[in-house]
Design a protein around this ligand. Structure first.
Ligand code: MN3
Length: 250
């Protein structure tokens, strides 16, 4: 490299550094700040980022509830699984639905941790995915299945809300889908999942108090009704098709 071209190169490199440094500070201001207590990814399990703003569902679900729910509760399940994977590395290399589908095969020393934290990770990953702004309406095959298996949309929503209301303490209300595409409403306590019974989850709602208490306090029934305004039916149609194709994971 000649002295001239070296000088040119170094000038260009210095310029690149300056150019690269400037947008970084701009991005630091423009991008949403990472949650202060969300653990960094320190293992195979990753907290999926929300694909919408935390205030996207107001007034049905308030932004603060969304922030705490995603950045603290779900992040804690992920952090706990990364800690578990340090001493049990197979946890990080096995598909989540396979681990949960064989939960009783795990050593007693980690079964409880995996049941609660990997269950929580799977349930919340599904939960964020099947919600979205401008979620549309059920149509096509999934609407046909709701009509034939769950008695139509009105009965489905009434029965789903009632099941969620009856779940004593913390837990979830789900719609499971068989390989043949048949739907059923099922509840589970704590962070248990139908995946633990080898089933697939089409959709589900979180009825832990942390999902609604800031805005609804003890009025779980009001939360269950309002939550339907947050459902992303296009995504649920995708999950229905994937379940029938045998490719639906968590
Ligand atoms: Mn939750």
């Amino acid at each position: 490299m000649s002295a001239l071209s070296r000088r040119h190169f170094m000038t260009a490199a210095a310029g690149l550094t300056a150019v690269a440094a400037a947008p970084r500070s701009v991005f630091a201001q423009a991008a949403p700040a990472p949650a202060a207590t969300a653990p960094a990814a320190t293992g195979p399990f990753v907290l999926p980022p929300l694909t919408y703003a935390t205030n996207a569902f107001e007034p049905h679900i308030d932004a603060r509830t969304m922030e705490i729910h995603h950045d603290k509760h779900h992040a804690a399940y992920v952090a706990n699984m990364n800690a578990a994977a340090k001493t049990n590395p197979q946890l990080g290399t096995t598909p989540i639905e396979n681990i949960l589908g064989n939960i009783n095969a795990l050593d007693d020393g980690i079964k409880f941790t995996v049941r609660n934290n990997l269950g929580g990770h799977a349930n919340h990953t599904m939960f964020w995915e099947i919600m979205g702004p401008n979620g549309g309406k059920p149509e096509g095959e999934v609407l046909a299945a709701i009509t034939s298996d769950l008695g139509g949309m009105e009965k489905f929503q009434t029965d789903f809300n009632a099941a969620g209301g009856r779940q004593f303490g913390s837990g979830w209300v789900f719609v499971t889908v068989s390989k043949a595409g048949k739907l059923a409403i099922e509840t589970r306590p704590n962070q248990d999942s139908p995946l633990m019974d080898g089933k697939r989850v089409l959709m589900g709602n979180d009825v832990w108090e942390h999902a609604y208490y800031l805005n609804y306090q003890n009025r779980r029934a009001d939360y269950l009704k309002a939550w339907w305004n947050t459902v992303n039916w296009a995504k649920i149609s995708e999950r229905y098709a994937a379940a029938k194709a045998g490719t639906l994971g968590v």
